[in-house]
Design a protein around this ligand. Structure first.
Ligand code: ADP
Length: 159
């Protein structure tokens, strides 16, 4: 059984994340979306909000594809989270060469700690490859319109 773990902050989920999640659903039997919770960083959206938005965007497609979807919170080493949850694949999206540099380094270190877990990179779809949660939060803080970059559930949560 292929169990994928897609980790991130998802603060908030963007069209880029939705794209990666939907494509991941075609690769695994079960997908766990892991929301990283940091003790030092205060998120804009609570864990409950982030979980709700992810489930709203991906729950229907997962069901349609017969893939189990789970959204969890984590605050430990990624390989430990994967092992504890029975995941054998870590999924990551790649936007830029800079993403690759960082991700490749992290992947190598994860592989030496947990050789049984494979990391799979999905290249970003060009029309959403420029979208990032950090920029969405900045636009939101300055009163801009984030609707081109995020799915409907985020706009509803903000309302
Ligand atoms: P971080 O790990 O920096 O907190 P995020 O939570 O924003 O990153 O994203 C989690 C994962 O989603 C990462 O693998 C990141 O590369 C990927 N991702 C983020 N935005 C996009 C996008 N627009 N297209 C494809 N992948 C993306």
């Amino acid at each position: 059984m292929r169990v994928g773990l897609y980790p991130g902050s998802f603060d908030p989920i963007t069209n880029g994340h939705v794209d990666i999640i939907k494509r991941s659903l075609g690769l695994v039997d079960k997908l766990i979306v892991g929301i990283g919770i940091s003790a030092t960083k205060t998120p804009v959206f609570s864990f409950d909000q982030r979980q709700r938005m992810i489930e709203a965007e991906a729950g229907g497609v997962a069901k349609q594809k017969g893939v189990a979807l789970e959204v969890i919170a984590f605050d430990e080493l990624l390989v430990d989270v994967a092992r504890k949850n029975g995941a054998n694949i870590i999924l990551r999206g790649l936007r830029t060469a800079a993403d690759y540099e960082y991700e490749a380094q992290m992947t190598s270190m994860n592989r030496s700690m947990a050789p049984e877990i494979e990391t799979v990179f999905l290249p970003a779809t060009p029309d959403v490859s420029f979208v990032s949660s950090t920029l969405v939060r900045q636009i939101l803080a300055m009163g801009g319109d984030i609707s081109p970059f995020v799915p409907r559930s985020v706009l509803e949560e903000i309302k």
